[in-house]
Design a protein around this ligand. Structure first.
Ligand code: NDP
Length: 307
């Protein structure tokens, strides 16, 4: 198809100003404009965070997220709409966020922040703090996120193991397990870090049995999608002391409801689905869009095509 008009949907505003991306792409040989729902109709292609039914009349939709679980693949396919995503850009941002969570628990930094709020001078128990070298992190999902996590944690002396469907080796991971040996893979880890896409196979991959398989003194980290985890089972495990703590960026319901018990747990750190945020996000996404506009021109296959 001939691309004439590319819209930047206003829903991307949750991650960066839509105008920033539109400005970044002004040198493209096509019309680029920020659009609201009414403006979608006039576009051949749209860059977006959220799904809209009107996209089924477009030629190409680009998701500014790596996760595309919110888009109806079958309907895109039936309507000949190409869907591309933004995998490949979140390695360092999410890797550093996860390293931050681990350092926070190991060095008790979250306690200091909580104490400071109360003007309280209170040192941790003598045996609470530890250092990361010698600990093991099992990273479940060894794509862009998993590799970024492995590289960042590897630099901090953490031994990193991985879980993927095939168990084929991946640089940065000392040992690999196939998904059907998940419980064995996570049984010995100080930290279990989830970086898989949400699919039919990974829905509630972390259930009560998975939390039982983990060590009682282990920390659980989810930067993937909320529904990869059976959240009530996680809450039970934390309340019963069958897990030491958790760092959670994603939840089954977002925003996390005010009544969730997770908010009040001392060893739980909550971030509002922003593990990948960086002030360069619009440029990183823009580079993928630009690459695909070039490829459309030369007739090459789309980069990061999902449907
Ligand atoms: P990638 O496609 O690069 O990597 C996904 C990896 O998951 C692949 O290596 C794949 O390996 C593995 N995988 C898929 N299914 C399974 C399974 N059933 N069991 C074990 N491993 C599996 O994606 P990204 O790393 O870029 O992103 C991953 C997900 O993280 C996204 O889909 C999104 O939901 C989430 N995300 C969250 C962000 C946040 O802000 N919190 C930011 C960015 C992404 P193999 O094929 O070998 O199984």
């Amino acid at each position: 198809f001939e691309l004439e008009r590319l819209g930047v949907h206003e829903s991307v505003d949750a991650v960066f100003p839509p105008e920033a991306l539109a400005d970044y792409l002004t040198d493209l040989p096509i019309d680029v404009a920020v659009v609201d729902d009414e403006g979608i109709e006039a576009c051949d292609a749209v860059v977006t965070l959220e799904h809209r039914d009107a996209y089924l009349d477009c030629e190409w939709i680009h998701s500014i997220q790596a996760g595309v679980d919110r888009f109806p693949f079958d309907e895109f396919e039936a309507n000949d709409v190409v869907l591309t995503n933004s995998t490949g850009i979140h390695d360092r941002s999410v890797g550093e966020t996860v390293a931050g969570y681990l350092l926070l628990f190991a060095r008790r930094l979250h306690d200091h922040v909580a104490n400071q709020r109360e003007r309280r001078w209170e040192r941790p128990d003598w045996d609470a703090a530890f250092t990361l070298p010698g600990t093991t992190a099992c990273v479940v999902g060894t794509g862009t996120l998993g590799r970024g996590v492995a590289e960042t944690l590897g630099g901090l002396g953490v031994r990193v193991t991985g879980v993927r469907r095939s168990a084929d080796p991946v640089p940065g991971f000392e040992e690999m397990f196939p998904t059907d040996r998940l419980h064995e893979a996570i049984s010995d880890a100080d930290f279990v870090i989830v970086t898989v896409p949400l699919t039919d196979e990974t829905y509630h991959l972390f259930d009560a049995d998975a939390f039982d398989a983990m060590r009682d003194d282990a920390y659980f980290v989810n930067v993937a999608r909320g529904s990869v985890v059976d959240e009530p089972a996680l809450i039970d495990a934390l309340e019963d002391g069958r897990l030491e703590g958790a760092a959670l960026d994603v939840f089954e319901a977002e925003p996390l409801p005010e009544e969730s018990p997770l908010w009040d747990m001392d060893e739980v750190v909550i971030s509002p689905h922003c593990a990948a945020y960086t002030r360069d996000y619009f440029r990183d996404t823009g580079d993928i869009v630009r690459e695909n506009v070039d490829r459309l021109d030369t007739g090459e296959a789309f980069h990061n095509r999902v449907v």
